[in-house]
Write a protein that binds this ligand. Structure first.
Ligand code: H79
Length: 485
């Protein structure tokens, strides 16, 4: 009997498709890095889900070039952290121009972190290494890093400045590397490289040696700077990802061993980044990361059950350019933050400091404007979840249990705001004028609020609405795209 049942079992098992190892995230020593219960996962994600707003920092050798090559403007637009790729320079030609222009002034990071803090950011994610391959820490792995070239540990300086402001710390780390002499770019289909299509300058390459370099630097970063809250990988293609490209499973296991609470994005594997997919939430696989990262775009709807973060530039470039003047307005930035929170996502908003670490006036102005708004309205962002109803034409909403925050963008001309809910209001007030109570009445078309004549804020005015019971939501006619489950 025993024999028979075990052979039946073996026969059945042989019918199952083999699971790709990157899906299982079983490392070569057999441990499973993703082994945690839902409760453990939720506990690990809790601060990140509450945060809703973070600052991204792109800063590296490209920052000193500032959009110039051979001392001249390369182009007006974005992507200046990709300048080496645009001019197709090998790493020596690139470093020869860029290194002399990268001269961090003392204490440079304090200004970034103060700006983030006053804006209401809860965390900061900065480039420990971008695609150019230059690491900002004092690395013992190779000599293309701030320790070897500048006798500085810029990661340490940045981390200390962030901690001084009580911000959580995220390390962006590029998987792509345009410096390393064993990075087999001929295999890295779908990923950029300045020498793509050309023979390796050094003859043969062994990508396993690049992977060892990557793992070694990540180990230095995660072992040497205290608690790291986020690891933000960048990036993979369909053709080049996971274990073959980066040794992803072993990398993740090493990371989780060193930093058990760290939160990682899913770019060790390919996924929907700049382009939306038909149903992004279906693509999300928690075995490939904790959150997904729409880049330069806000998903059309929320993604119930999926943690996501939109990363975005203030103008069109991640790395500083003195020519990109396409700055988003204060209104657009504040409305983006609101839109994202109303869909249950996080907003990671980028700054591109100059080569000396200083910030341009437009960057300071933008984050200061957000700070002014957050000073009054932060409670409608931090710790909230997605809107209980589809977006009405007047604005957006978020929720914190029985409190609904109404983000009014189009102030009603007749002074009456219709909230698409059947609930009765316990209390309604403007966050900008909490002493003034707002009268309300329940009608078949929804809850009507009688607002004062003037909107208190030119961009988004927030009504705090306390309701009785679970939201009893009415369908919204001509709902805008924002939607919560
Ligand atoms: O680090 C930032 C980008 O450099 C990087 N990810 C963010 C966080 C990124 N790598 N690839 N992509 C983004 C997708 C490709 C975007 C492109 Fe472009 C648009 C390639 C060319 C136009 C962005 C803008 C990169 C260069 C110019």
């Amino acid at each position: 009997m025993k024999n028979r049942s075990s052979s039946i079992l073996a026969a059945l098992l042989s019918l199952l498709p083999a699971l790709p190892s990157e899906v299982m995230a079983q490392s070569s020593d057999g441990t499973d890095a993703f082994h945690e219960t839902t409760a453990e996962h939720d506990a690990r994600m809790a601060w990140w889900r509450d945060a809703r707003f973070g600052m991204f920092v792109h800063w590296g050798l490209y920052s000193g070039l500032a959009g110039n090559w051979d001392g001249k403007q390369l182009k007006k637009g974005g992507g200046m952290e990709w300048i080496q790729q645009y001019v197709k320079a090998d790493t020596d030609a690139y470093a020869a121009q860029a290194l002399p222009l990268f001269q961090p002034k003392p204490g440079f990071a304090r200004e970034w972190m103060k700006l983030a803090k006053q804006a209401g950011c809860r965390y900061v994610v900065f480039t420990t290494k971008h695609h150019e391959g230059f690491s900002l820490h004092d690395s013992k792995t190779g000599d293309f890093n701030a320790g070897a070239k500048l006798k500085r540990d810029l990661v340490k300086e940045i981390v200390e400045a962030a901690r001084a402001e009580g911000l959580k710390i995220g390390f962006y780390h590029s998987l792509i590397d345009w410096h390393h002499d064993q990075y087999e770019y001929a295999k890295a289909k779908g990923l950029p490289h300045p020498l793509a299509g050309k023979a390796y300058p050094n003859g043969k390459r062994d990508h396993e040696l690049y992977k060892a370099h990557l793992h070694s630097q990540v180990k230095e970063l995660l072992a040497g700077y205290g608690k790291v809250d986020i690891l933000w990988w960048d990036f993979s293609s369909q053709a080049f990802q996971g274990d073959p490209a980066w040794g992803a499973t072993d990398l993740v296991n090493m990371v989780r061993t060193l930093q058990p609470q760290v939160i990682m994005n899913n770019r060790l594997y390919s996924g929907a980044t700049t382009q939306a997919a038909a149903d992004e939430s279906k693509l999300f696989n928690t075995r490939k990361g904790d959150f997904t990262t729409p880049e330069q775009r806000i998903p059309a709807t929320g993604m119930p059950g999926v943690d996501w973060e939109t990363c975005m530039t203030l103008n069109g470039t991640w790395g500083y350019s003195e020519y990109d003047k396409g700055w988003k307005s204060d209104k657009a930035l504040i409305r983006n933050l609101v839109e994202i929170a109303s869909k249950g996502g996080n907003y990671l908003l980028n700054i591109g400091p100059k080569g000396d670490g200083s910030l341009c006036p437009e960057t300071i102005k933008a984050f200061t404007a957000i700070g002014r708004w957050m000073k009054v309205n932060a409670e409608s962002i931090h710790g909230t979840t997605a809107s209980p109803f589809e977006a009405p034409d007047w604005g957006r909403a978020t929720r914190k249990g029985g409190v609904i925050y109404l983000h009014v963008q189009e102030w009603p001309k007749d002074g009456v705001l219709t909230v698409p809910m059947r609930n009765h209001a316990v209390e309604a007030l403007l966050l900008a004028e909490p002493a003034t109570k707002i009268p309300s009445s329940s009608t078949p078309e929804g809850l009507k609020l009688k607002l004062p004549k003037q909107a208190p804020d030119p961009h988004v005015s927030v009504v705090k609405l306390v309701v009785k019971g679970e939201p009893d939501v009415l369908p919204v006619e001509n709902a805008a795209s924002a939607k919560a489950p």
